[in-house]
Design a binder for this molecule. Structure first.
Ligand SMILES: Cc1cc2nc3c(=O)[nH]c(=O)nc-3n(C[C@H](O)[C@H](O)[C@H](O)COP(=O)(O)O)c2cc1C
Length: 381
């Protein structure tokens, strides 16, 4: 557990944030979206059969651009996890790495929730030539197993893209992150020293390169949902509410109408420079030995999700900032001169798979939409 010293300092910081009034801005007539696209966050739903509760836990996981690139087939003893290649980020994820990491995040949520419904989960990665979209089976047996300390974070976890405080990493928190990330194939590098500025500079450069690359910027923008009607229809994608821009900017954004891809790219650059790479407790990178090994990518997702569930439980904020690996992949795909790969190599050993920030946010943020269990699950006997 984190020390009480850490908790005390965090509580003080939160109190200061509350007193500053940051959390009390008027909503300017634009409440955050709600409705059918958000009902999956009412979790758990004890009226569901245990295996469907496990699937429900899975679809609440972090995943790239909220593409939710999954399909689940439920049989009496397992949940079969398939990649849905139609839900692709295209040029933003040219190697398809992030898609598999997202499936790993979903699998971790299922493993964490299984004991809550009297099941124990065993994950088996699959590479089956006859069924190339099948990536893993989550075998579920009736057994008593210890409840996970992370289960309470499932419905609370959300990607936080708002401002964080300048709050140094408590050594006890660093040790706890290291313990949770301990894995045979995934390494966690926590950046708290001068390398933070290298990360900041690299992430800003990568973001500008992505926005300048129309293929990447358009692929990213295709998953932006502007209106309530779009959100209700698709129940996926990036929304204004989930950007944590503050009540005034969010209301202005909703009034102005859907931005062009170029304008959205410009806002993203500004936000990356002013907010996402601003004050923080730490940046961190998850890396593996191989770049594209499906089993290792699933493990990256599992470790990331575990860390994020822990952060949610502890009232800490997290946001993936994956522009460096995304741009590295694009350089490889297009055979470009490697500009950002050397930056990643200077920050972490092996192949960087997922970069993120962790800290204490000034304000709360909002959930992203989710497609319901029924849209993504087939039940077979
Ligand atoms: C592999 C991966 C890469 C991601 N990259 C980014 C990123 O670069 N920037 C960002 O703001 N969010 C990133 N995310 C977070 C997703 O956008 C987020 O999980 C998704 O929109 C669902 O929202 P939620 O996490 O609040 O449920 C990433 C998530 C995953 C799994």
């Amino acid at each position: 557990m984190v020390t009480s010293r850490f908790l005390t300092r965090r509580s003080l910081f939160r109190l200061a944030a509350a007193l500053s009034g940051a959390a009390m801005l008027p909503r300017c007539g634009f409440d955050p979206e709600e409705g059918a696209a958000y009902t999956p966050w009412s979790f758990p739903d004890p009226t569901r059969a245990p295996l469907l509760q496990v699937v429900h836990a899975g679809l609440l996981a972090a995943n790239p651009h909220d593409t939710q690139p999954w399909r689940f087939v439920v049989t009496p003893d397992r949940v079969r996890v398939f990649v849905d290649r139609a839900r692709s980020l295209g040029a933003m994820d040219p190697l398809g790495r992030e898609r598999i990491i997202g499936l790993g995040c979903a699998i971790e949520n299922m493993v964490v929730w299984a004991p809550e419904v009297g099941l124990v989960a065993t994950v088996v990665a699959r590479t089956d030539a006859d069924s190339p979209d099948l990536v893993a089976d989550v075998l579920l047996a009736t057994a008593k197993s210890p409840r996970s300390e992370l289960a309470g974070g499932l419905a609370r976890r959300k990607t936080h893209r708002g401002r964080y405080g300048e709050f140094p990493l408590d050594p006890a928190l660093g040790r706890e992150l290291g313990r949770l990330a301990s894995d045979p194939v995934v390494a966690l590098t926590t950046l708290t020293d001068a390398r933070m500025d290298t990360f900041r500079d690299g992430t800003r450069r990568a973001t500008r390169a992505i926005v300048d690359d129309a293929g990447m910027n358009d692929a990213s923008h295709a998953w932006y949902r502007h209106t309530k009607e779009e959100i209700d229809r698709h129940r996926d994608g990036l929304t204004l509410d989930a950007q944590s821009l503050g009540a005034f900017t969010t209301a202005a954004g909703k009034t102005l109408g859907r931005p062009s891809a170029a304008d959205a790219g410009g806002y993203w650059i500004a936000n990356t420079e002013e907010v996402h790479t601003g004050p923080v407790t730490a940046f961190a990178i998850l890396s593996t030995r191989a770049l594209e090994d499906v089993g290792e990518l699933l493990q990256v997702g599992r470790v990331y999700q575990r860390l994020h569930l822990f952060a949610a439980r502890e009232g800490l904020a997290m946001q993936p900032l994956n522009q460096l690996p995304e741009r590295r992949d694009r350089e490889r795909q297009k055979g470009l001169r490697p500009d950002l790969e050397p930056v990643l190599a200077s920050l972490a050993e092996g192949h960087a798979q997922m970069a993120f920030r962790i800290g204490v946010a000034w304000d709360d943020t909002h959930h992203s939409p989710r497609r319901p269990v029924e849209w993504v699950t087939e039940v077979t006997s």
